[in-house]
Write a protein that binds this ligand. Structure first.
Ligand SMILES: *[C@@H]1O[C@H](CO)[C@@H](O)[C@H](O)[C@H]1NC(C)=O
Length: 423
């Protein structure tokens, strides 16, 4: 995979950006605010609304000390909070984090078809608050040539990888060279979640729906509870800790006179559509508060096999997004007067693209509507949790095969796992 790009960067609002085009493009923090336009053509920019004084990007004004730049790559297919946590740890090893996103072609060649396209994966990675720059179409395995390019052209100081061994097709360590020159640093693997595990949950929930459709009584709350339980017991290994939530939090309330915008939803299988609508919502105020429905509410409204990701997992994914200031972990279905008062909410928004709800009798936005503080936002993307799940279900045979192989190695990992310190 050859990377082509222009090396003349410009400084704009204190933020670097690079002109870019297909076949190897480079985006920087400023561009991370840009929607899909960068992918549709060459040099199409929307001016980032995020300026250095907006409180989102804290770019250092006086850059006297040389910044340590670290690089981490990945496929980021079905990106989850485990990826986010890895990038958070990587960022902590330097000042600026550059992330390589592996190309569709390379994923197909090495792992089979990705669930999410390059554009969607870029949107997700760019939306993470720890990511400063993104290199699209990175190679699957770091070649010597690409590594030298990282060091010389991208000014990378360290290449970061998880503590799981990463072998090249010939059986050698993919990071041997970086290690030899002392430019390698390691982070601890995030426990409890993997893309393989998520694909497994989607496939088993599809299976579950099918058997349920064959049986009667699909809607009793007891069944819903059982479905959630079995999902948790069989697949999720995630142990939510308060520490992790703190690591992902901004730990800051709205400033004085801040305009608080509220958006709520399930935010299940956090995807590019979520990133885009959160960005749009954030632009309407100074502080974005996101209400994340409880698992029970999601099950009641979307069916027993939902949500795929538990409340705490969904909360971490939303918290990792750069446009989000605060989340309510377990928000009610209806936006109440009390909530509006408690959080000083100025505006309640929702996107035009949403999952169908099976219970339609009450309007959850009746209160904000009556107060004249409700607004519908055109969703920038049509992708939904269901459509992501559908892609996997539609290709289920390929994914089952791919998953069986991965699941075996995951199982082995868990059996042989020993304590590793770090976070
Ligand atoms: C509540 O929000 C409004 C903006 O809608 C703001 O002017 C006001 O200062 C906020 N109140 C407090 C106490 O921050």
């Amino acid at each position: 995979m050859t990377m082509e790009y222009e090396s003349n960067s410009r400084i704009w609002d204190g933020v670097y950006y690079y002109p870019h085009f297909f076949g190897g493009l480079m985006l920087t923090a400023a561009l991370l605010g840009v929607s899909t336009s960068y992918f549709g053509g060459i040099g199409v920019f929307s001016l980032p609304y995020l300026r250095s004084d907006s409180g989102i990007f804290h770019k250092k004004k006086c850059e006297k000390k040389k910044l340590v730049r670290v690089y981490m790559d990945g496929c980021f297919d079905l990106m989850h909070y485990g990826h986010a946590n890895a990038l958070r740890q990587a960022k902590a090893l330097g000042d600026e984090l550059v992330v390589g996103v592996v190309s569709d072609e390379e994923i197909i060649a090495n792992k089979g078809p990705p669930v999410l396209s390059m554009e969607e994966r870029l949107a997700l990675v760019s939306g993470l608050k720890w990511v400063d720059e993104v290199i699209a179409n990175a190679p699957y395995a770091i070649t010597e040539q690409f590594m030298n390019r990282l060091f010389t052209e991208h000014k990378i100081d360290y290449i970061i990888h998880g503590d799981d061994p990463c072998l090249l097709p010939d059986g050698t360590d993919a990071y041997a060279l970086a290690k030899k020159v002392g430019r390698y640093k390691q982070i601890k693997r995030t426990e409890g979640v993997s893309s393989t595990d998520i694909v497994g949950r989607i496939l088993s929930s599809a299976e579950d729906t099918k058997t349920r459709e064959d049986n009667v009584d699909t809607s009793s709350p007891k069944d819903a509870h059982k479905a959630i339980q079995s999902k948790g017991a069989h697949i999720s290994q995630f142990l939510p800790t308060s520490r992790r939530i703190v690591q992902f939090s901004n730990c800051k309330g709205p400033g004085p006179n801040a305009r608080v915008v509220y958006i709520d939803g399930a935010f299940d299988l956090f995807h590019a559509g979520h990133v885009e609508i959160l960005k749009k919502a954030r632009q309407l105020g100074d502080f974005l508060l996101v209400g994340i429905y409880t698992d029970q509410i999601v099950s009641e409204h979307r069916g027993n096999h939902h949500p795929i990701m538990h409340l705490h997992e969904r909360s971490l994914s939303v918290l990792a997004c750069r446009y989000v200031d605060e989340v309510i972990i377990g928000a009610p279905w209806e936006v109440t007067k009390d909530m509006v008062t408690t959080f000083n909410i100025s505006l309640v928004v929702r996107g035009t693209v949403a999952e169908p709800n099976t219970l339609g009798e009450t309007d959850p936005y009746a209160v904000p509507k009556s107060m004249g503080i409700f607004q519908i936002l055109e969703s920038p993307k049509s992708i939904t949790t269901t459509s992501v799940a559908q892609r996997i279900i539609a290709n289920h045979e390929a994914y089952i095969r791919r998953n069986a192989k991965k699941s075996a190695s995951e199982k082995k990992y868990y059996e042989e796992k020993t304590f590793v310190s770090g976070d």
